[in-house]
Design a protein around this ligand. Structure first.
Ligand code: NAD
Length: 355
C-alpha cells in the first residue's frame, strides 16, 4: 500500500526544492502518493488566505506532510503560516537533527546532535502587552517596583503539561533511535518559576528512563559555550521554545548551515517535515539553492513512516554526493562563486544517480 502524503511546495524557493525532494524520495523505492496542496503568497492572492482549510484537512487526513518554506511578509501582511500550521495541528515537538556529513566545510570533526524544541508556549505564546496598555499597567502594579512604568511586556508561560510531553518526546526519541543521553537546557538560576518547573518536570520524566538513557542538565548560556567547544559530548538536547529556536540555529551552523539542516514538527497524530531555512525569495526560480535540507527532512519523514531501508538508502546517497563535493550547490563549494557549482535539480540528479 502506498503512503499518502500531503506535499506543500510553499513559495519562494519552496516549489523547486519540493520538486527536488519529491524526486529523490520517489527514487528511494518507497511508494508515495503525493497530495499537492498550495499555500503561501500566491494562494493568499487567489483564495484570500495563505493557509486555506483544505490544506489543514489534507494534513489531518494523511497525518504526514512534507512542506517547503513559506514567506511571512515583515511588518503587516499575514501572520506566519508556519506558526499557524503548527498551532492548528498542535505540532508540539520541533525536532532538528544536526549531523555533520564528511565533505561539509566546518570547524568540527564530529557533530551528531538532535535539538528537541517545545513548540507551543514560552515567549512564543503570543501573550504580549504594549507599553502603556491597561494590561501592562495591571501587571506592573502587581510587580512591586520591579518593572518600569513605560515597559512593554511579553509573558513566558511554561506549563508542567507541555514540559512533560516535550521531555517525554525527547526520551522516546532517544530510545527509538539508540541515543545515549538527553540534556535538558534552560536557566532556572534566574527564571526559578518557569525554568525551575521545566527542570523539575524533566527530572521526573528522566526517572522513567533510568538505566536506558542518561540525563543531565545545562544552563543555556553555558550550553552555548559547550556546543561550540565540545559538541561531540552531547546527544539529544531538550528545551523550551525560545532557547530551542536559538540553539537549533547554532547547531545548524556547527554542521554546515541552513542549506543542510532538516527539521520536523510533530504532534500526537500528525507530523509536518520541513527544512529549517526560509523561502530565500531572492533566489526563487533560479534553480540555485541547496535541496539537501528538504531532502533530509524527507528522510526523517521516511523514518517516521517506518520506511527505514528507503531512508537509509536516501541518506547514504546524500552523504555520498556531499563527500564527493562535485554535484553540489554553490553554498557547499569552498568559494561561493565557484563556476563548477551545480543547480538545485542537478544536485538532486546526483543524489538519485547514487541511489
Ligand atoms: P532564509 O532562510 O529564507 O534565507 C536566508 C539566507 O540563507 C538566504 O538568502 C540564503 O543565502 C541562505 N539559504 C537559505 N536557504 C538556503 C538553501 N536551501 N540553500 C542555500 N542557501 C540557503 O531566511 P530569511 O531571508 O530570514 O527569510 C525569508 C522568508 O522565509 C521570510 O518571509 C521568513 O518569514 C520565511 N521563513 C519561513 C520558514 C518556514 O517556512 N518554515 C522558516 C524561516 C523563514
Amino acid at each position: 500500500m502506498p503512503h499518502t502524503v500531503t506535499l506543500i511546495p510553499g513559495d519562494g524557493v519552496g516549489p523547486e526544492l519540493a520538486q527536488a525532494a519529491r524526486r529523490v524520495i520517489d527514487a528511494s523505492g518507497v511508494a508515495i502518493e503525493w497530495e499537492v496542496q498550495a499555500a503561501g503568497l500566491a494562494v493568499m492572492e487567489k483564495e484570500g488566505t495563505p493557509l486555506p482549510e483544505r490544506v489543514l484537512e489534507s494534513v489531518r487526513r494523511n497525518k504526514v506532510a512534507l512542506k517547503g518554506p513559506i514567506t511571512t511578509p515583515r511588518g503587516g501582511g499575514f501572520r506566519s503560516v508556519n506558526v499557524a500550521l503548527r498551532k492548528a495541528l498542535d505540532l508540539y515537538a520541533c525536532l532538528r537533527p544536526c549531523k555533520l556529513y564528511p565533505g561539509v566545510r566546518t570547524r568540527f570533526d564530529k557533530v551528531d546532535l538532535v535539538v528537541v524544541r517545545e513548540n507551543t508556549e514560552d515567549l512564543y505564546a503570543g501573550v504580549e502587552f504594549e507599553a502603556g496598555s491597561a494590561e501592562a499597567k495591571q501587571i506592573i502594579s502587581l510587580a512591586a517596583g520591579k518593572i518600569r512604568e513605560d515597559a512593554a511586556i511579553s509573558l513566558k508561560p511554561i506549563s508542567a503539561f507541555a514540559s512533560e510531553r516535550i521531555v517525554d518526546f525527547a526520551f522516546r526519541y532517544a530510545v527509538a533511535n539508540g541515543r545515549r543521553k538527553v540534556t535538558a537546557v534552560a536557566k532556572d538560576n534566574i527564571m526559578k518559576a518557569t525554568d525551575g518547573l521545566f527542570y523539575r518536570t524533566a527530572r521526573e520524566v528522566a526517572k522513567r528512563y533510568e538505566g536506558q538513557v542518561e540525563y543531565d542538565e545545562w544552563l543555556v548560556d553555558a550550553m552555548c559555550m559547550q556546543l561550540v567547544q565540545k559538541p561531540e559530548l552531547y546527544d539529544v538536547l531538550v528545551m523550551p521554545n525560545l532557547y530551542g529556536d536559538i540553539l537549533s540555529d547554532l547547531c545548524a551552523g556547527l554542521v554546515g548551515g541552513l542549506g543542510v539542516a532538516p527539521g520536523a514538527n510533530i504532534g500526537k497524530e500528525v507530523a509536518v517535515f520541513e527544512a529549517i531555512h526560509g523561502s530565500a525569495p531572492k533566489y526563487a526560480g533560479l534553480n540555485k539553492v541547496n535541496p539537501t535540507a528538504l531532502i533530509l527532512s524527507g528522510v526523517l519523514m521516511l523514518r517516521h513512516l517506518g520506511e527505514t531501508a528507503a531512508a537509509d538508502r536516501a541518506e547514504r546517497a546524500v552523504a555520498a554526493v556531499i563527500a564527493e563535493g562535485k554535484h553540489v550547490t554553490y553554498d557547499m563549494k569552498p568559494d561561493r562563486n565557484d563556476p563548477t557549482a551545480v543547480g538545485t535539480q542537478e544536485m538532486a540528479d546526483g543524489i538519485i544517480a547514487n541511489l
